[in-house]
Design a binder for this molecule. Structure first.
Ligand code: F0G
Length: 440
């Protein structure tokens, strides 16, 4: 617990970058759902049983078997987290000038593509960019746009297509099984492989079960297996739906690609049976992948976010609807409509939530996804300006969330006092992590 005066001071000292505030000084931390899960007794038991052999450890084989059981992919390559899998994937496939379509690329995915000279192209359906549309699968790929892109740039310039499940940057919205299947059908015609960015595959599977005709009686695991069966590979941050604090993997069917990927892995991450992780981490991932597909766990998980949405609706606070799988996204453009987009209304709200109640959230808008034109110095801004309140898995209780609601309500009541921000420092890649700001 900190006082309001202390929080005002902390924000000044850190130049209004919430990533720079020590966690000690945060009361409820909704910055991310990544690596913040509480591990279960069985996962901790796995940590104690970890086999730390350099090569071919028992823990690796348990991990490999579990990932293969769910994804069905032939080659399972452990990495220390999601972006390490992305780096290997794009180092091999994304040369200069290539286009990589996705429903929406996450920030690290986009950065890894651009770092290797490629173009990250977002092709989510138009409903996915409208915060008030109630489409059940707002994460779907726009298939017409996908086909148009293939014809425009030529299939030889598209080394892969990526579907992010659920669509984090677009509000944690799911992709339907039909859309996964249709996307594969289109890219398959041109021999373009389909990959899933599978961080939140289990949450996506749950939405399919609840919302897509024909799936209500099918076990979650079976739905997940079907999702992967339409893809040629996946990247995974185990820090989300494997319920662990660190870990990830790259999984693929193609034998030649696997040889190349393992070579890059050995140079940059570690030997192919640990890939930057300890044996105990692999045990915890294997166990977490089992637990995340328990129907009761997922009912609790998704219901928590729904509950927040219902309460926000009752108070009249604008947010992206319907609530997503891992977070609530406040609609900052409507919430703080007096702040122009180039002064980052999302950042203003995120700082105010911290000042008001010690709640840490994350701007997902002009700062994270906007760009500064190097020639004119002008900001190119994304369509949606959001503040994400991401929910760590198995960590907070209903009373914590009720407190968060009170804090949001208080900030909303006084929204006219919110002020915009301008950069005093920004890095060329992933600027939100290190940027510094001043109040306009
Ligand atoms: N893909 C998606 C969709 C993600 O949400 C993330 C991470 C990654 C890839 C990269 O994984 O962090 O293990 O390297 N998202 C976190 C977040 C950081 O807060 O949403 P990583």
């Amino acid at each position: 617990m900190t006082t309001k005066e202390e929080r005002v001071q902390l924000l000044k000292v850190t130049r209004y970058n919430l990533f720079k505030i020590p966690a000690e000084d945060i009361l409820i931390d909704l910055l991310t759902d990544s690596g913040t899960a509480a591990m279960s007794d069985k996962q901790w038991a796995g940590i104690m049983r970890g086999d730390e052999s350099y090569a071919g450890s028992r823990s690796f084989y348990r991990f490999e078997q579990k990932v293969r059981e769910i994804t069905g992919f032939r080659h399972i390559i452990p990495t220390h987290q999601g972006r390490a899998a992305e780096r290997i994937l794009f180092e091999i496939l994304s040369q200069k000038g290539k286009h990589i379509p996705s429903n929406t690329h996450f920030d690290t995915t986009r950065a890894n593509i651009e770092y290797h000279g490629g173009h990250a192209v977002d092709l989510v359906i138009s409903e996915g960019k409208n915060t008030q549309s109630l489409h059940p699968f707002k994460g779907n790929m726009d298939l017409d746009k996908l086909e148009r892109l293939i014809n425009e740039v030529g299939p030889e310039n598209i080394p892969l297509c990526l579907l992010t499940v659920t669509n984090n940057s677009g509000g944690g919205q799911p992709v339907s099984m039909k859309n996964i299947k249709n996307t594969k059908e289109i890219v398959g015609r041109y021999d373009i492989p389909l990959f899933l960015d599978a961080c939140r595959f289990a949450e996506n599977a749950y939405f399919i079960k609840k919302r897509e005709p024909g799936y209500s009686e099918i076990p979650l695991k079976k739905i997940a297996q079907e999702m992967f069966s339409h893809a040629d590979g996946c990247t995974m941050s185990a820090k989300k739906d494997a319920l662990v604090n660190i870990g990830g993997f790259l999984a693929i069917n193609d034998d030649d690609f696997a040889v190349q990927a393992r070579n890059v892995l050995i140079v940059t991450e570690g030997f192919s049976t640990y890939g930057g992780l300890a044996g105990r981490d692999l045990e915890a991932i294997a166990q977490g992948l089992d637990e995340v597909l328990h129907e009761d766990y997922m009912a609790y998980r998704i219901r928590t976010i729904e509950y927040m949405g219902e309460k926000l609706d009752r108070i009249g606070i604008p947010f992206l609807k319907p609530p997503g799988g891992h977070a609530i996204y406040l609609d900052a453009k409507t919430f703080a409509s007096h702040i122009p987009a180039h002064q980052f209304p999302g950042q203003a709200i995120a700082c105010a939530l911290y000042t008001e109640g010690g709640v840490r959230s994350c701007e997902i808008g002009g700062i994270m996804f906007g760009k500064t034109d190097p020639r004119t110095g002008e900001y190119i801004l994304p369509k949606m300006e959001l503040v994400r309140l991401a929910f760590p898995r198995r960590v907070y209780t209903q009373s914590h969330f009720d407190y968060v609601l009170e804090v949001i309500e208080e900030v909303f009541k006084n929204r006219e006092c919110l002020k915009g921000f301008r950069f005093v420092y920004e890095a060329p890649y992933l600027r939100h992590f290190t940027a510094e700001y001043e109040v306009v």
